[in-house]
Ligand binder design. Structure first.
Ligand code: ADP
Ligand code: MG
Length: 243
């Protein structure tokens, strides 16, 4: 099977600070890959390199076999295929819930507004936010905003959805709602790369776990392998903090 994303020897430095040292990772179509690791290990930088919010300083990213970093690669089209859900939701503050979902497909992809609206309403229904289509982000709780952010990403019909600690900024009582929606997406066959500290969730939904440490993939394996029998000392030390 061809990889959705094939990351080879990826490197990223900021000035002389080497944040990603040599990352190689394959994400297959339909796969759910969860990236865990301490704060500062480079998880966000990796996701941001994958959707080209950051420019890698070395290595390759292949999207369905095509070199994303090549000069003739159609970056704008690619960016529309790679969705991202951020810790801080990043909704458009001056647009209501429905408009937030419409703007990308209509303005960026040039799609028919009525068609997009149908899709947006289905996605808002799925995340439990259909009753709030006229609300502005500031009128919603963090959990509700994050659910809208997920619906907005889905309405772009991404090939892969990246999540960067989507529940880390939420009050505890809202975390489960968001995880429940992500759980639905994982069983729906969407390709996902998730950075999270929710270990129970990661164990339940992931096809593969990647443990990052100091800019490297220190260990990767099935949830059973990583959570029950980690081989790397640093993986062991990291996971002990969650017991
Ligand atoms: P994680 O998401 O695992 O906590 P990050 O990818 O956010 O890690 O950060 C990894 C390291 O890279 C940190 O030391 C951070 O300070 C540094 N870093 C991230 N972004 C930048 C930037 N834009 N400029 C300089 N240093 C950065
Ligand atoms: Mg981070």
């Amino acid at each position: 099977m061809e990889s959705m994303l094939k990351i080879q020897n990826l490197k990223k430095s900021f000035g002389n600070k080497e944040v990603l040292k040599d990352i190689s990772l394959d994400i297959q179509e339909g796969e759910v890959v969860t990236i865990i690791g301490s704060s500062g290990s480079g998880k966000s930088t990796l996701l941001r390199c994958l959707n080209l919010l950051e420019e890698p300083t070395g290595g390759e990213i292949l999207y369905k076999g095509k070199n994303v970093l090549a000069s003739d690669f159609k970056r704008n089209h690619y960016r529309t295929k790679i969705g991202m859900v951020f810790q801080s939701y990043n909704l458009f503050q001056n647009k209501n819930v429905l408009e937030n979902c419409l703007v990308g497909p209509v303005k960026v992809l040039g799609e028919n507004k009525e068609e997009v609206q149908k899709r947006a309403l289905i996605n808002l229904e799925m995340v439990g936010m259909a009753a709030f289509i006229h609300a502005l982000p500031r009128q919603l709780s963090g959990g509700q905003q994050q659910r809208v952010a997920i619906a907005r990403s889905l309405t772009m019909q991404p090939e892969i959805l990246l999540f960067d600690e989507p529940t880390s900024a939420l009050d505890p009582e809202m975390v489960d709602d968001v995880l429940e929606i992500m759980r639905k997406l994982t069983s729906g066959g969407l390709t996902m790369a998730i950075v999270t500290h929710e270990m129970e969730f990661a164990r339940d939904v992931s096809d593969r776990i990647v443990f990052m440490d100091q800019g490297l993939v220190a260990e990767t394996g099935s949830p059973e392998q990583i959570f029950e029998n980690p081989q790397n000392k640093r993986t062991q030390a990291f996971l002990e903090r969650f017991l």
